[in-house]
Write a protein that binds this ligand. Structure first.
Ligand code: ADP
Ligand code: MG
Length: 367
């Protein structure tokens, strides 16, 4: 089921009528979520991810704009009638019910022509439980389960009605690191097996990058960029997106374009064409810095962290906006850790320029 968001906007009135300003939680969101894909909705806390999800679910009504499931306009449809499955960060299971009763609950609530025979309800519940691998825990109470198991029950409960769209709001945030990894792989597997169009909300860029077919990066209610995770990483449209994706984060420096050269301080680090002389922000991915004896960018070497296959070169440069510059290099490349200075060449496809005022990307050609 494809999901279309058309000029979707949500404005919350100010709580304090005199002083407060209204909040534009989601601002003119347009996107066609392709059928059967998993979309990662990504951005810092408060950027409007949950509000977007709640509008898709029907829990919140848009201030303006429309939502379509397939060709059906569902904007005015109630949550119960949208055919969605919802999973929240806090599993929200009924504590006094067993796992089985929790999963059965949405089916028992079906009315009229949707009502199912008891046997079919049970079969469906067990099928959903098998999908998330908790079918041996059906008689337990939520308090007798680990966090990861509880979240699986919540997912099974969302799947049991065979939703047209699955909506997950930070479903892994309450799990410890290892369970988070395991459960996100599970979610990916289940999503692929069922083919249900899924929107997965998270503030964790690594999580979104690792399981999404496409990511949507938001900031202050405004969509910044939409694309396949690797494409967005390789080709960020602005400084915010460049900074939000990647660990360790992108190195950001101040620089200048002059006469076809990009300068960092006194160092001319790259020859380019197609850009007028101006001050710029420069983003260099940690894997975009290559140590070289005669490298153009000169940095002060702080330390060398060897971590098996890769090493992290930690250094400083006056033009850097981050406290340190990090280069991730293959550990086979030898660096003199006792030296004060380390020199780098830059890889042009890992080296981005941004307008100093708008922070939009400036495209260039290498010559
Ligand atoms: P996220 O899920 O990305 O952290 P939210 O969608 O929850 O962000 O919130 C987006 C913005 O809308 C925030 O500034 C938040 O304070 C505001 N907001 C969310 N819900 C309400 C509400 N019910 N009333 C007023 N403001 C709200
Ligand atoms: Mg949220």
């Amino acid at each position: 089921m494809k999901v279309v968001l058309e000029n979707l906007t949500k404005i919350f009135p100010s709580r304090d009528k005199k002083a407060g300003k209204e909040v534009v939680a989601v601002n003119d969101f347009n996107f066609e979520i392709p059928d059967g894909k998993l979309i990662g909705l990504l951005g810092p806390s408060g950027c409007g991810k949950s509000t977007t999800l709640y509008m898709i679910s029907g829990l919140q009504k848009p201030t303006s704009g429309k939502i379509f499931f397939g060709d059906d306009d569902v904007t005015e449809l109630s949550t119960e009638n949208r055919g969605i499955g919802l999973v929240f960060q806090n599993y929200a299971l009924y504590p006094h019910m067993t796992v089985k009763q929790n999963i059965l609950f949405p089916l028992q609530n079906l009315k009229g022509k949707d009502k199912l025979p008891k046997q079919e309800m049970l079969e469906r519940a067990y099928e959903a439980a098998r999908l998330v691998q908790i079918d041996d825990l059906m008689d337990r109470k939520p308090s007798e389960l680990s966090g990861g198991q509880q979240q699986r029950v919540a997912i099974a409960r969302a799947l049991v009605k065979m939703p047209r769209v699955l909506l997950l709001d930070e479903p892994l945030s309450n799990l410890d690191a290892r369970l988070r990894l395991q459960t996100r792989e599970e979610i990916r597997r289940i999503q692929k097996e069922t083919g249900i169009t899924t929107v997965f909300v998270t503030h964790d860029q690594e999580e979104a990058m690792s399981i999404s077919d496409m990511i949507v990066v938001m900031k202050l209610g405004v969509v910044q960029q939409i694309g396949a995770p690797q494409d967005v990483y390789d080709d960020p449209g602005n400084l915010f997106v460049a900074k939000f994706l990647g660990t360790p984060p992108i190195n950001v420096l101040e620089g200048t374009v002059q006469d076809g050269k990009v300068y960092i301080g006194e160092d001319a680090v790259l020859n380019i064409t197609g850009v007028e002389d101006q001050d710029v922000y420069i983003g260099i991915r940690p894997e975009g810095l290559e140590p070289a004896a005669d490298g153009a960018l000169v940095c002060h070497l702080n330390s060398l962290e060897v971590m098996g296959r890769d090493s992290s070169v930690v250094c400083t440069n006056e033009a850097s906006l981050n406290p340190v510059i990090r280069a991730i290099i293959n550990s086979d490349i030898k660096i003199d850790a006792a030296s004060d200075v380390v020199r780098f060449d830059v890889k042009p496809h890992k080296f981005f320029l941004f307008n100093k005022e708008t922070e939009e990307r400036i495209r260039y050609e290498v010559n």
